[in-house]
Design a protein around this ligand. Structure first.
Ligand SMILES: CC(=O)SCCNC(=O)CCNC(=O)[C@H](O)C(C)(C)COP(=O)(O)OP(=O)(O)OC[C@H]1O[C@@H](n2cnc3c(N)ncnc32)[C@H](O)[C@@H]1OP(=O)(O)O
Ligand SMILES: CC(C)C(=O)C(=O)O
Length: 557
């Protein structure tokens, strides 16, 4: 017998709607945003925020650009009450920001709520009661009329208190809590009754907030509910339809997006999605989704590290490394083909072209991240990733033929090491294997002269004694190659050559990369010097040094 029995659950009963229009809509402008971090987010924490944490969080929300911020449930806790008083008395709320507070539709709680707001410049009073069948039947034990009366009486009470305090610019908000579990036509009926009390106008709107208190269906079903609601609610032009989705099925953002397409004007959510159970709708994700489609979300999310840091320290919840747009790994590719594609696309990307980089839906720089972290190398990585890391970190633009040689060396190392290879290790492997221009022989003094042909004479130093070599050719490199060929009795042909100035570390240095065919085997060398000719000569010497060591090892074997 298994207890995993799906027949105990009932499917969601969708609202009957014909000719729905939302699937054809696009999101082309930002909604009104309201942060509920300090209320819904806070009420879901193991340890609710202290006043100090709320202050820090509030400052972040203002800096991010929220103009409506639900700051608490002041009738429920002294701490929330005190925080609202601090905001008002210490004049902490910018003139263009509304503070929003939540209250149940109970007269004594509404009264206390208004006490907390005394002297506020602008405030949204948010009153709610649950309208779902489950709560009607089992929690409130009231019929539809009884539940509607709670809403109407709450709305009346809210209005009366506002009239007694005309110094504040009041906005009223009502939520039929558990909207998704409410028959949609009945939700319209209750909201209509509230609207009748408040008598909003196009110039003095009220907010009707439709919560997916619990997410119970696929986002398309939620969108149907929203479109139905918008079509049928009274005075549509005098109300702001707001959405407040939760993430029980993991679709909080998708539901809000489709709900917006279905006609909503305003979105409530939290930064990075903290909230009851699986969380509230994540404003960061939804806003960045818009941003990535070329729509201005009207929120400033560029300092993502600060957002993550404040949210983590105030909620004491970690942010998942793969959290959309904000997690530490979301712009990082480990696998070779992704790295290769990213590297090539980044090289093509210029500021005058629309962003078009494989595997990166947005430019990491836009949220304060660097290209360095875009590619991290482990045993799944290929040459592109290694080359990218060396270029980003050290300015070493390895030619493709050298990338091909270095990549397996790095891969072997990471397989042994078992994890991510740091750029410093890759550089060390590069130096150990290719910058071999000092052992057994290092370049001492040399002279170059130019006549019909170039001539070089060079001193090579080594532990076993110094030697002199001389040769001539069509350039410095070929003269030096000839000198080495003759002295060591080998045949050296330069197959590949590349050089560039070093832009990282020192701007007066250059690096040369050489691939040489020596007696039928290919060797790769590189060298850095203030002078490009010296760098080139040393890179050739690096290949010859490898050949000498190789031959010695072969003889020993
Ligand atoms: C989906 C949401 O997030 S809604 C917000 C939920 N957040 C919170 O509840 C956090 C803060 N709340 C609290 O601290 C407490 O609930 C308080 C202080 C507000 C009230 O506490 P209490 O008076 O002990 O009441 P409690 O919350 O248990 O509610 C009990 C009564 O209020 C009624 N009630 C609950 N919600 C509402 C409402 N929105 N409107 C009117 N009455 C309500 C209940 O039916 C119940 O009635 P009963 O006593 O006749 O059975
Ligand atoms: C009070 C309402 C909006 C709420 O928090 C919810 O339904 O989740």
């Amino acid at each position: 017998m298994t207890s995993f029995d799906h027949t105990k659950y009932r499917p969601f009963q969708p609202v009957a709607i014909e000719n729905r229009t939302w699937p054809d809509q696009e999101i082309t402008s930002a909604p009104l945003w309201s942060s509920v971090d300090l209320r819904d987010g806070n009420q879901a924490l193991v340890e609710p925020m202290t006043v100090e944490q709320k202050k820090e969080f509030f400052k972040l929300l203002v800096d991010v650009g929220f103009k409506e911020i639900e700051v608490g449930f002041p009738a429920a806790s002294q701490l929330d009450f005190d925080f609202v008083r601090w905001l008002v008395e210490e004049d902490q709320v910018p003139d263009d920001v509304y503070i929003q507070v939540l209250t149940q539709a109970r007269p004594e709680l509404i009264e206390r709520t208004y006490e907390s707001l005394k002297g506020a410049k602008k405030a949204i009073v948010h009153v709610y009661n649950s309208t779902s069948t489950t709560q009607r039947e089992q929690v409130f034990r009231l019929d539809k009329e009884g539940i509607k009366n709670i809403a109407v009486n709450g709305a009346l009470c809210v209005k009366e208190h506002a009239e007694k305090n005309p110094g504040t610019e009041w906005v009223f908000q009502y939520s039929p809590e558990s909207f998704t579990g409410t028959e949609t036509d009945y939700a319209v009926e209750v909201c209509d009754a509230v609207i009748d009390v408040w008598q909003p106008t196009p110039d003095n709107k009220c907010i009707i907030n439709l919560p997916a208190t619990v997410e119970v269906a696929t986002p398309n079903r939620f969108a149907d509910q929203i479109e139905y609601f918008c079509r049928n609610v009274k005075k549509r032009d005098s109300i702001i339809v707001s959405l407040h989705t939760h993430n029980d099925r993991g679709c909080g953002v998708a539901a809000a997006e489709l709900g917006l397409m279905a006609g909503a004007d305003r979105i409530e959510g939290t930064l990075l999605g903290n909230g009851e159970r699986t969380g509230n709708m994540d404003v960061v994700t939804m806003a960045m989704n818009m941003y990535s489609q070329g729509v201005d979300p009207k929120l400033q999310l560029g300092d993502m590290d600060r957002i993550v840091s404040v949210v983590q320290s105030c909620t004491q919840l970690p942010v998942h490394p793969r959290h959309p747009y904000a997690g530490e790994l979301v712009f990082t590719a480990f696998s070779g083909s992704h790295q290769d594609a990213i590297k090539k696309c980044l090289a093509n990307q210029t500021s005058d072209k629309p962003w078009d980089v494989a595997y990166l839906p947005i430019d990491p720089m836009d949220v304060g991240r660097s290209y360095q972290e875009v590619i991290r190398v482990n045993s799944q990585s290929g040459k592109g990733g290694v080359a990218f890391a060396l270029e980003q970190e050290y300015g070493l633009a390895l030619p493709r033929w050298l990338q091909v040689e270095l990549s397996p060396i790095v891969q072997q190392f990471s397989e042994k090491d078992g994890g991510v290879i740091e750029s410093a290790d890759m550089k060390r492997l590069f130096e150990e294997n290719f910058m071999t221009g000092s052992t057994p022989y290092a370049l001492g003094n040399y002279t170059l002269s130019k006549d019909q042909r170039d001539t070089v004479t060079a001193e090579l130093t080594s532990e076993t004694g110094n030697i002199s070599v001389a040769g001539e050719g069509n350039g410095a490199l070929s003269a030096f190659t000839a000198a080495l060929s003759e002295h060591f009795n080998i045949r050296v042909d330069i197959v590949q050559y590349q050089e560039h100035a070093l832009t990282v570390g020192s701007d007066s240095q250059a690096i040369a990369y050489v691939q040489a065919n020596i007696d039928g085997d290919r060797f790769n060398g590189a060298a850095i010097d203030n002078d490009i000719v010296s760098a080139s000569i040393q890179a050739v010497l690096a290949t010859v040094n490898q050949k000498i060591i190789h031959s010695k090892q072969a003889n020993v074997a």
